[in-house]
Design a protein around this ligand. Structure first.
Ligand SMILES: [Zn+2]
Length: 322
């Protein structure tokens, strides 16, 4: 097994419990409900369990990141850093208004800390990718968060922070971000350094959230796809636009946002890519990185259908385990 997999059981959170509590409190207090995210809080654990059940991984094969909240928060702008003390800001950032009615200690333990730890996991994954060539974080990819704002269920800009951290060890490292989540990676785009050592390719459904045209200008290549985009169009765009652009940039590291919300049954992505298509996408990216001898750090990003965990695990077993 060459691929290193980063995971911690505290990545997971009881989303259905949070949802139920926030709904109940909202009905009881204001009668106002805005609760739109069909989030799967234990997707990371599901992937881990599928991998272990395959018999090709043991529990001790997963590398647990260490929590370093101070480090993550040090990158946030002071006003946004207040989020860790303010329920209203947290509720706004994850766009679930009713969360503000839950106790802060509950939100901290079940939402903030899992996302902080998953962000530390992305830093660890990037380090491992530089050492071992292939590494996967079973979480992270919070691409709607920047250093001064959150949104779309993303609180911490894990990928830009990981890039800054790895450049402490490898100054000037040329890094390509390949964001294949169904949604535009506007937070990552807003957090990118304006220098020649970073290159961002963003493939997304341009007809859904966030439609952030200012952030899109920062992306070096924006592959704008449409509602209902199928396997052939998606994979062709990857092969003819995204990967050739990265090849031309010649990075020394690729950070790959392997969102599974492009899946045909996903309730949020609005695209029509099959499970086989997603696995083919991951294979193309992994093969590209291997053929060019570029370290690849993969993060999970979005994916809101119950099949998401199974698809990710199948892709890891088929594409990333030698
Ligand atoms: Zn997404």
């Amino acid at each position: 097994m060459a691929t290193k997999i980063v995971y911690h059981d505290r990545y997971n959170f009881p989303y259905k419990l949070m949802q139920a509590m926030s709904w109940a409190l909202a009905i009881g207090s204001l009668g106002f409900i805005r609760n739109i995210h069909p989030f799967i809080g234990d997707r990371s654990r599901r992937v881990r369990d599928f991998l272990v059940a395959s018999g090709r991984f043991a529990c001790q094969d997963f590398i647990a990141p260490e929590m370093n909240e101070e480090l993550i928060l040090s990158y946030l702008q002071p006003q946004y850093r207040e989020i860790v003390h303010n329920k209203l800001l947290v509720a706004g950032a994850v766009e679930i208004f009713t969360l503000q009615f839950l106790p802060y200690s509950f939100l901290r333990y079940h939402l903030l800390e899992p996302m902080l730890l998953a962000s530390c996991g992305t830093i660890k994954t990037v380090e491992l990718a530089m050492q071992e060539k292939l590494a996967i974080n079973l979480g992270g990819g919070f691409h709607h968060a920047s250093f001064y704002s959150g949104g779309g269920f993303c609180l911490y800009p894990d990928m830009p922070i990981a890039m800054k951290e790895i450049r402490k060890q490898y100054p000037g490292l040329k890094i390509a971000v390949l964001d294949c989540d169904a949604h535009q990676g506007n937070g990552t785009e807003r957090a990118l350094d304006e220098n020649d050592s970073t290159f961002m390719v963003d493939m997304f459904n341009c007809q859904i959230y966030p439609q952030d045209s200012d952030a899109e200008k920062v992306a070096d290549v924006a592959v704008r796809l449409n509602f209902g985009c199928r396997d052939q169009v998606y994979l062709q765009a990857l092969q003819t636009i995204a990967l050739p652009a990265i090849e031309k940039f010649a990075p020394q590291l690729i950070i790959y946002g392997a969102g599974t919300d492009i899946y045909e049954k996903d309730p949020l992505g609005g695209m029509n890519v099959s499970a086989q298509g997603i696995m083919q996408r991951d294979k193309l990216v992994k093969d590209f990185a291997c053929q060019h001898d570029i370290p690849l750090a993969m993060v999970l990003s979005g994916g809101y259908h119950i099949d998401s965990g199974r698809i990710i695990a199948d892709s890891i077993l088929n594409n990333f385990v030698l």
